[in-house]
Design a protein around this ligand. Sequence first.
Ligand code: DQA
Length: 139
Amino acid sequence: MKIQIINGPNLNLLGVREPSIYGDQSFEEYFKTLQQRYPEHTFSYFQSNKEGELIDKLHEVGFDHDGIVLNAGAYTHTSIAIADAIAAINTPVIEVHLSNVHKRETFRHHSMLAANCIGVIAGFGMDSYRLAVEHLIQR
Ligand code: DQA
């Protein structure tokens, strides 16, 4: 399977950014362990702090990949444009979050994207990504 992982704003700082919430591992480091765990599948990783670049990546991979794991960061809570991009493509998207957004500030409780995704996984740290990948492989 071809699986694309997309991280949005500030997730380039994983490992450095608020480690008590997001942990002390960089995504690049975690991505290697994910690839090693599923050697029969092909993973690509993209990160951007820019909304339009996230939308461009969804358009680029959204017609030939088998699954997309998307952590849109704060855009999750605000972006109608990313929600529309998810609706426009054919590839199933799983929304993920490292933190349990429902335990945090109320502005994080609502997702603009969730209704256009096949499901949402939140609160398991980096393991949220693996759980999403596991589902894509099993479905
Ligand atoms: C996040 C949760 C968002 O509310 C926040 O803006 C992020 C990270 C998470 O992975 O827990 O940037 O998506």
